[in-house]
Design a protein around this ligand. Structure first.
Ligand code: FAD
Length: 489
């Protein structure tokens, strides 16, 4: 791989933060690129989190987390409207079951007021149960924040990258940055497979690996603390158990174990919070599941083990200071984003604005691009259309008449659209379209998704992966089956 174009800014890491930074930079007359080590953007903590747009009452007044969480929350309506990403303000409830917990709730209420959180109220248990009839009868008081929401985080990262690219930015995937040097002409960034990129400024948005990338720039930073969170998804059959996201009072390590509605219509329960010695352990465990069930059944007793259809784990980039860390090197020309743990998803649009300000202070010229288009083409979500709209869509493109995922009613047209927007893997298609997210978890539709991906990308089905290098799904026998013939003997 040879040397690439000279860029004004290279962003390292394509999570929700890196893609937000890239999209923000694409508003200006400059050349920006993003380097992501995985096959698609969004595969880090961005894919494996609770999807909550926090209200902002959890964090200490004056902290980066508090300021950028509240600011980011406010930006979500416009952001998700422009990018056509699923987002709802379903509201949050933090619940108390004892007089001690009620005191804690009052403190968080005051903290929320200090942080400028709008639309909060303290409710007694019965009033809260009128809004959420499945809340436990033991709950005596609730702090409700109407501004809390839920979003599809992976779709958001993809949409930000797609929109940035449409506005002139370059997105490189399967590029793992392994070295950074700085000379008179700026930074030279090298990747695992020998590629080099030149940049005047860099933004290190490498999530849990941002400490490693900062060290490539010669910075002596404390190590980030990998903190695993297991989450479990319930069948859509019980998707209306609660409308609000339900929080207990927090623990010193996390916001506690929650009951979380999702924009896809499933309820999710979790996450655990366990410090890990390694940055790659994404296992789910029987102990984690037991802990989550015990906790969440105390909040919503109707939650049942048998309704669980899927599990996953994510790793937080635990901050050694307990707050987001904005570190710089090379006279501010390299910005390092460290410890972007929860509420990093919520704060990401505001983090991106802050990073642009930091780069401008270091000398980057931010001249608005007159033809910047904040919108991306709308996504057709077939299941959500009226019968008349469905007919109209099918008339324009018959691929929308072929339902590939029966559990979630996802059509071939939607899968093709996702591939054209950047999905390269079965999981990418799954997270963008929901194909494979239903009760059967892809048991029926995966071979069809593989076939469509191979056709659209012009490659052999054998090359189609679940989630990038070394996760190929098929053996030669299956290839023959997909071609409609017999396997070679
Ligand atoms: C279980 C869990 C639940 C959470 N729930 C919430 C929530 O409900 N609400 C909320 O606001 N926040 C939540 N968070 C936090 C939130 O997920 C993160 O703050 C956010 O996703 C961070 O985004 P990021 O872009 O910084 O990191 P990531 O999404 O991890 O992105 C970093 C990217 O950098 C890439 N990368 C790393 N090293 C290199 C390299 N050398 N070269 C190139 N690329 C590299 C990675 O592949 C990755 O794609 C949760 C986190 C977890 C783990």
């Amino acid at each position: 791989m040879g040397e690439r174009t000279q860029y004004d800014v290279v962003v390292i890491g394509g999570g929700v933060v890196g893609t937000a930074v890239l999209r923000t930079l694409s508003r200006y007359q400059l050349k920006a690129a993003l380097l992501e080590k995985e096959a698609e953007v969004g595969w880090g903590a961005t894919k494996a989190n609770s999807g909550i747009v926090h209200a902002g009452f959890h964090n200490k007044p004056g902290s980066w987390m508090a300021r950028l969480c509240v600011a980011g929350n406010r930006m979500y309506d416009q952001l998700c409207d422009e990018l056509d990403v699923p987002f709802q303000r379903n509201g949050l409830m933090m619940v108390a079951r004892t007089p001690e917990e009620e005191q804690i709730l009052r403190r968080f209420y005051q903290q929320g007021l200090d942080n400028g959180v709008p639309g909060m109220e303290l409710l007694d248990g019965d009033t809260a149960r009128r809004l959420e009839p499945n809340l436990s009868g033991e709950i005596t008081m609730v702090l409700r924040a109407a501004s809390g929401g839920i979003v599809a985080p992976f779709a958001l990262a993809h949409a930000q990258a797609e929109n940035a690219a449409a506005n002139g930015a370059d997105v490189y995937t399967e590029v793992a940055v392994t070295g950074i040097s700085c000379g008179d002409d700026g930074f030279t960034i090298t990747s695992q497979d020998g590629g080099t990129w030149k940049a005047k400024y860099i933004v290190n948005a490498a999530g849990l690996f941002a400490d490693d990338v900062a060290r490539m720039c010669g910075l002596d930073v404390p190590s980030l603390i990998p903190r695993k969170g297991e989450e479990y998804i319930l069948d859509q059959r019980v998707g209306d158990l609660v409308k609000h996201t339900i929080f207990p009072v927090p623990t010193p390590k996390s916001k506690g174990i929650l009951v979380i509605p999702t924009v896809g219509g499933n309820i999710m329960i979790g996450p655990t919070a366990l410090e890990m010695p390694r940055k790659d352990d994404l296992s789910t465990t029987a102990a984690g599941l037991d802990e989550i069930l015990a906790f969440t059944q105390r909040l919503v007793p109707k939650i049942q083990r048998r309704d669980i259809i899927a599990a996953f784990a994510g790793l937080r980039a635990g901050s050694p200071t307990g707050d987001f860390i904005f570190e710089t090197s090379h006279s501010g020309r390299a910005v390092h984003l460290l410890g972007i743990e929860s509420p990093g998803l919520t704060a990401s649009p505001a983090i991106a604005e802050h990073v642009a300000e930091m780069l401008a202070e270091a000398g980057l010229e931010l001249m608005p691009k007159p033809d910047f288009n904040p919108r991306r083409p709308r996504v057709i979500r077939f299941k959500k259309l009226s019968d008349e709209e469905k007919e109209e869509v099918i008339k324009r493109d018959p691929l929308y008449a072929h339902v590939v995922c029966r559990c979630e009613t996802v059509t071939e047209g939607e899968i093709v659209d996702a591939v054209r927007r950047g999905a390269r893997t079965v999981d990418g298609v799954k997270f963008l379209t929901r194909a494979g997210m239903g009760r059967c978890q892809g048991g029926f539709c995966t071979p069809y998704v593989v076939r469509i991906l191979a056709r659209e990308l012009g490659v052999s089905p054998l090359e189609i992966t679940k989630r990038g290098r070394n996760t190929e799904l098929l053996a030669a026998e299956a290839k023959a089956f997909l071609k409609g013939g017999e396997a070679d003997a």
